[in-house]
Design a protein around this ligand. Structure first.
Ligand SMILES: Cc1cc2nc3c(=O)[nH]c(=O)nc-3n(C[C@H](O)[C@H](O)[C@H](O)COP(=O)(O)OP(=O)(O)OC[C@H]3O[C@@H](n4cnc5c(N)ncnc54)[C@H](O)[C@@H]3O)c2cc1C
Length: 263
């Protein structure tokens, strides 16, 4: 492929797709290049999306795939044996946050961007941001394909290897990034899940855990309720990792420090 676009967007995550949707809606000729199979296929996160900015800049959010609005919050400060838990209700849940798998959310955003006219190419890795002889960025190279554009939106995510390779940003410092593991537990009967968590029908819960799950190191654990499953996760700053007794490849075993009655 060698075509000229107004804007080429690297990455079909939420940032790239939102940018592509807005630009295509404004009449620009937009290309999105994503290495995954489809928009959403590379997206993993905790589970909760805040609506404040989305409502401001993406009123279409009302049509997004929403599993549950977060109506209840819990914060547990834990030791190995005990926990002190604060619980509070969200005053205006439908103006605050919801739980949705990021893969579904990005797939929805992808459809929105495509319907506005953005071209989305998947299973293509951007290898390089191209420059002209004056050093100005003029497009991207993906394998043997060279695509020129007036503007490049780099939305490759926190691991911004292209920007590092282009010398625009330094390598990320370990104290600025975290490593995480997440497990999704599905319930055959969503009522069982709601009863175990003390929730009423369709009530969404966001629960944060601090202390014991990360052996008191910087980071924390979380639980979010999807429609009929829970996301259980742990996040630890990379700089603290070597102090944890659990090796990084076995991070998900640290999730066992979250109360077992949930399982
Ligand atoms: C454990 C964990 C829990 C989290 N929990 C939450 C949460 O509950 N709520 C929340 O709002 N946020 C959460 N986040 C943060 C959230 O995941 C990110 O803020 C969000 O994914 C950033 O979106 P993005 O579009 O910038 O990047 P990404 O979602 O990382 O998307 C980047 C895309 O670019 C593609 N890409 C990268 N390089 C190339 C290349 N060279 N060529 C082609 N394609 C490329 C990738 O395949 C990917 O699809 C969490 C993150 C982690 C790690």
């Amino acid at each position: 492929m060698s075509t000229k676009f107004d804007v080429v967007v690297v990455g079909a995550g939420p940032a790239g797709l939102a940018a592509a949707y807005k630009l295509a809606s404004a009449g620009f000729k937009v290309l999105v290049v994503e290495r995954g199979r489809e928009p959403g296929s590379k997206q993993v996160y905790g589970g909760r999306i805040y609506t404040y900015w989305l409502e401001k800049y993406l009123p279409e959010i009302k049509g997004a795939p929403i599993d549950r609005w977060v109506r209840k919050e819990r914060v547990s400060l834990m030791t190995e044996e005990e926990a002190t838990t604060l619980e509070f209700g969200v005053v205006r849940p439908e103006k605050t946050s919801f739980v949705s798998p990021l893969a579904s959310f990005a797939a929805w955003l992808g459809k929105l961007a495509a319907s506005a006219g953005a071209k989305i190419v998947t299973e293509a890795v951007v290898d390089e941001l191209m420059r002209d002889d004056k050093g100005r960025f003029i497009g991207i190279r993906s394998g043997s394909d060279k695509i020129t554009a007036d503007y490049i939106v780099d939305a490759e995510g926190v691991n911004r290897l292209l920007l590092e390779r282009a010398g625009i940003v330094p390598r990320l410092k370990p104290e600025l990034v975290a490593v995480g593991a997440k497990e999704v537990l599905k319930f055959e009967n969503r009522k069982v899940m709601e009863d175990r968590l003390g929730l009423s029908e369709d009530e969404g819960l966001a629960w944060a855990f601090a202390g014991w799950p990360t052996e008191y190191l910087p980071g924390g654990a979380f639980l979010y309720t999807y429609k009929d499953s829970i996301a259980l996760g742990i996040v630890l700053y990379l700089s603290a990792w070597e102090k944890l007794s659990t090796p990084v490849y076995d991070l998900s075993s640290a999730l066992g420090r979250i109360p077992t009655w949930l399982r």
